[in-house]
Design a protein around this ligand. Sequence first.
Ligand code: FE
Length: 361
Amino acid sequence: MHNRSPRPTSPVRRALNRTLLALCLTSPWVAAPAAAQNQTLNLYSARHYPGDEALYDAFTRATGITIRRVDSDDAGIVARLRAEGAASPADVVLLVDAARMAAADAQGLFLPIRSAKLEAAVPAHLRAAATPQGTTWFGFSTRARVIVYDPLRVKAEDVATYEQLSHPKLKGLLCTRSGSHPYNLSLFATVIERLGDEKGQAWLNGLVANMARPPQGGDTDQIRAVASGECGVALTNSYYLARLINSDKPEDRRVVERVRVMFPNQASTGTHVNIAGAAVARHSKNVDAAVRFLEFLATPEAQQYFANSNNEYPAVPGVKLDNPALRSMGGTDFKAETIPLSTVAKNLTKVQQMLDRAGFR
Ligand code: FE
């Protein structure tokens, strides 16, 4: 600590100092010295959840640094960063899905940084590959790409793996959103990394052959279509199901009662997880504060807010989360795939070509 008193301190004072020191070390919610006042951090965010507001307020209370947010969707943020170029006021960029992080990174929109705190907190497979210049993006929450199925038409043991989704047993039962959507691209990229190109192509062909209808809608639409009987099995990000579980609407309750969830590949490679991630913007004028914000996101307290606000899982190992919807889906301790998400980046173009060959729209 910086306050060194020349006077002997009383036992009470010493106890108080110990308490303050403990608070400063353990909690990001403690107000910081006035030195950092008046600083503003421009955050370009594709995440818009109520809990995130509390998180940004906590950062401001802890550091004196104000957050100014620009909200858009992922494509809008990337377009804006490109248009603004070196004049961009962006300091921190928040995007969802590794495929999108990697695409923005490939366009040179992120600044490589070095942070011992981030490297210690965020597992290597949930961030960009390190280069001599540093690391560009880090995952701060994870979402699982799970299987939902109709237990009246599909047996759990027939949908225990992603690989099984191409089995002829499931002919006419599979529903998905577009194959080219980043959520599917990222999953397919890791499956193909494991299977190799030839088996990977056969797997994609098998998915197309099993479809109940042409790809359409978002993940929630697939869950509803399983509940309505139009499909027998579908892929969805875990938080969409959690949202339905948390819903009070009778029609959502009926959907939740009707479907079952499978965390695939528990006996082998683990369930595919993706991330919501953050990076320092290439032309940030507040790099130190931007890195500080990323480090803040990796603290246990911030991890809980960040993950809970969208029913996701903390990216930092060991952070305990109590989210009833996730608990009812089977908890937070499932086996997750550990193929580096940076691998996704390397496979994206190839996967798109393989999807075209398979006729997977
Ligand atoms: Fe989403």
